[in-house]
Design a protein around this ligand. Structure first.
Ligand code: AMP
Ligand code: MG
Length: 189
């Protein structure tokens, strides 16, 4: 049975960058993980059905549609064997409130043994979002980003209690990407 690690963090915190760095280091040590982006599974189905044109439109769909896409993604990802990293979210900010990214039925499918939260100061996240031209990020102030991170910590506690998974916080601070990569590598080793 492979290891299943869920990696979360608010949009723009740099999850994907830290994951890529850690996987490269582990590869050099002969440890392989398959990196899976939960949103990409949802996007493939939603775009095939003509519901969205880009991945930032998913969180704007009707919540029942989002949940159905989520259920399908969880089932597909659960079928993947070996060491798996799942790049996703504890909660998704929508105009109608937070949508849980890892509700009970998703966790039952994924059976994680570790949950990693990538975090940093909200001001740094705000700056990173403003500088990223590849995504259509929602307009949000630093304080609101801070509250979202706080909420995600509460969810992490609930997930750990529910599933028995380990929880690890990885700081991805400005100018300290190497440290974040090192930290994540150690957890995945
Ligand atoms: P990302 O590239 O990680 O920002 O994911 C793109 C989009 O996929 C997000 O904005 C969400 O709308 C959706 N998404 C990703 N993971 C989940 C999840 N676990 N549950 C619901 N929606 C998700
Ligand atoms: Mg990403």
């Amino acid at each position: 049975m492979g290891r299943r690690t869920i990696i979360t963090g608010v949009p723009g915190v740099g999850k994907t960058t830290v994951i890529d760095g850690a996987l490269k280091k582990l590869e050099e040590e002969g440890i392989t993980y398959q990196s899976i982006n939960f949103g990409s599974f949802m996007f493939d189905v939603a775009s095939h059905e003509g519901k969205v044109k880009d991945r930032d439109q998913i969180r704007k769909l009707d919540r029942n549609v989002q949940k159905e896409l989520q259920r399908m993604a969880a089932k597909a990802i659960a079928a993947i064997a070996g060491n798996v990293i799942i790049d996703t979210h504890c909660s998704i900010r929508t105009t109608k409130g937070f949508l849980p990214g890892l509700p009970e039925w998703v966790l039952t499918e994924l059976k994680p043994d570790m949950l990693i939260l990538v975090e940093t100061d909200e001001d740094q996240i705000l700056q990173r979002r403003l500088k990223d031209p590849t995504r259509i990020r929602d307009m949000e102030g630093g304080k609101s980003i801070g509250e979202h991170q706080q909420f995600n910590r509460m969810i992490a506690g609930a997930i750990a209690t529910q599933t028995g998974c380990m929880v690890k916080f990885v700081k991805n601070q400005d100018f300290l990407l190497d440290q974040a990569i090192q930290d994540m590598t150690e957890s995945l080793r």
